[in-house]
Design a protein around this ligand. Sequence first.
Ligand code: ATP
Length: 327
Amino acid sequence: MSNSIRRIGVFTSGGDAPGMNAAIRAVVRTSMNMGIECIGIRRGYSGLISGDFVKLDFSIVSGLLRRGGTMLYSARSETFKTPEGQQKALATCKLLGIDGLVGIGGDGTFRGLLALSKLGISVAGIPGTIDNDINCSTHTVGFDTACNTAQDAIDKLRDTTESHERCSVVEVMGRHAGHLALSVGVACGATTVLVPERPIDFERDVVEPIRRSRLSGRTHFMVIVAEGVGSAYDVAARIREETALDTRVTVLGHIQRGGAPTARDRIAATYMGYEAVRLLAEGKSNRVVCMQGDTYVDYDIDEALNMKKDLDIQTYTVMQALTGVDY
Ligand code: ATP
């Protein structure tokens, strides 16, 4: 294996996701076993600008596989979007002797990597976000854990919703994407799911599914709303108004970002961390590691950013078949 890369930097950026730590560990262990030094950049691109780093080794990443959050912290940086900010980041790379960078995050993080690759740094991206909204990858690190966390919470909520014969409106994360809401809806047997990608007809998509469910004998209801749809409180108020049901809102919020990663996220993070280092060590750059089904592949960052991903049509079809609603 060619080893022109001597020292790589790794960082996490954008919204955090369970499994980011597992990806950091995989990057560190793989690179060290290849004889490549590994530097952790703290606080995403703002740390790259300010030179906020930590030397990483086997002992520092020991026990990291199962830990939620990110030991390198995550941040957003407006300054990095400017040419001046990018020059400062480049200067940090030069000062520390970093010739390859692995960035773990979402689309914005990949745009930043692209900018750095144009300045001559070898880069590789790993999709880490609970939203599963990275177009080139069928699975992103953190999505499975967030689904399981939401499922666990909603199962508990269902117990009390059922006891009191209520309608629960549950807001899950997803400002622009409904992947989490839809998958959680299937996993929890929701009465209906509202996502930002589809225009909503309240009568057809909310009231009618509740009525059909009531007519089939059910006396409690579970409505899942992705946060990008709008206020869950408004949805609940309208349900109350139109059905006279005792309706309560639960906003799951940031608990969806935390917790020990599931086996699926640990495995994905580990494979992707390994692949990112392998690509850099082979002299490749400007790549995003991703999953297509069960296979790990990599794309050029430009190509990856230009790909399109709609809601999973199979999940939609299953949801329709089980609720009898034509969304
Ligand atoms: P999330 O899924 O949480 O949105 P993300 O990686 O898309 O993750 P962003 O806040 O969009 O999160 O981007 C993270 C950081 O990447 C930004 O704070 C910024 O520093 C950098 N970045 C975003 N867009 C660009 C861009 N067009 N050019 C250079 N850097 C960018």
